[in-house]
Write a protein that binds this ligand. Sequence first.
Ligand code: ZN
Length: 170
Amino acid sequence: MAILPILCYPNPRLHKVAKPVAQVDERIQTLVKDMLETMYDAQGIGLAATQIDVHERVIVIDVSEKRNEPMALINPEILWASEGKQLGEEGCLSVPCIYDGVERSIAVKVKALDENGNSREIDAEGMLAICIQHEMDHLLGKVFVEYLSPLKRNRIKTKLVKAQKQALRA
Ligand code: ZN
């Protein structure tokens, strides 16, 4: 297993659209394991392959309090999304130290393959529903700050570019 580097906004590679996984094989199982290890290490509740510069439709999630309910969603598809929306505060491992409100469907029904290639459907609500929608956006090359106003987004961009330059110098 390995902890992988996470791309930081505004890295243009975060905007690449991920391709479907053709076959859930050993390579994908290793990817899932590495992504989970990377997510736990960074204390995140979700991670999309896009964020570690792998552009295939794989996400991992664990929204449990004890951090012992890992979940892999391969080739996820939203079958249904509630019309009802909720505004929740979101953060992202690719946008460190920034939190802001995003409106998402309260509940979603998702179909995906697990790490063994078995198809399953998940009825998600609350935190899990938000997390799935957030991670699936990553697979489409979309980062949550794109829901914010251009003014806010530019402020975030400037702040992160500055922080990344400082980190390089340190
Ligand atoms: Zn994210």
